[in-house]
Design a protein around this ligand. Structure first.
Ligand SMILES: Cc1cc2nc3c(=O)[nH]c(=O)nc-3n(C[C@H](O)[C@H](O)[C@H](O)COP(=O)(O)OP(=O)(O)OC[C@H]3O[C@@H](n4cnc5c(N)ncnc54)[C@H](O)[C@@H]3O)c2cc1C
Length: 143
């Protein structure tokens, strides 16, 4: 959750306007008349009928995967990369959502841009080839 949304959510929880059910998984959602009834996996939470259910998906960097690949992480758990998105492992580039929020990860356009920068650099430095014309003018893609 980004800091703005987190702050708003914590405020609403503090005001008693939002009830947070932490660490609970949903088993299934059934119909209770016209309303959704949520059945939880954990016995700690009883099934409950709500006014509505809103699905909100998100994700986080697979830190263990990056560690296994020996990619250096900063104190926020985001991979350390150079300006061409090459990680601490020579020839291993980090792109898209893996790049971390500080460098723009978490959006489709950042996914395209980080990939374009990494691929153009990878082709240039590791394959010793000229770019195809379509890849020549990527220097303007900076964050
Ligand atoms: C609900 C939702 C809504 C969003 N809405 C927007 C939006 O409106 N605008 C926006 O800019 N961004 C949006 N985003 C964010 C955007 O989708 C991501 O930032 C973007 O897709 C990241 O691209 P990516 O290539 O890094 O990862 P992904 O698009 O997640 O691609 C990773 C791919 O790797 C595959 N994969 C994973 N593990 C393996 C494996 N072991 N072997 C082989 N393949 C594997 C996955 O199946 C997937 O196809 C949204 C995200 C979510 C979840």
């Amino acid at each position: 959750m980004n800091p703005i949304n987190l702050g708003m959510t914590e405020t609403l929880i503090g005001q008693g306007k939002v009830r947070a059910l932490m660490n609970c998984d949903i088993e299934r959602i059934e119909s209770d008349g016209a309303l959704p009834k949520v059945v939880f996996k954990s016995a700690q939470f009883s099934e409950e009928t709500f006014d509505a259910v809103i699905f909100a998906l998100g994700g986080m960097s697979p830190i263990d995967f990056l560690k296994t690949a020996r990619v250096d992480l900063d104190t926020h758990g985001e991979p350390r990369v150079n300006e061409k998105n090459e990680s601490s492992v020579s020839g291993l580039y980090v792109i898209g959502d893996l790049i971390g929020k500080k460098r723009g990860g978490g959006s489709i356009i950042a996914g395209f841009n980080t990939a374009a920068i990494a691929v153009s650099e990878l082709v240039k430095t590791h394959f010793e080839r000229d770019f195809p014309p379509a890849f020549v003018s990527l220097d303007h893609l900076k964050f």
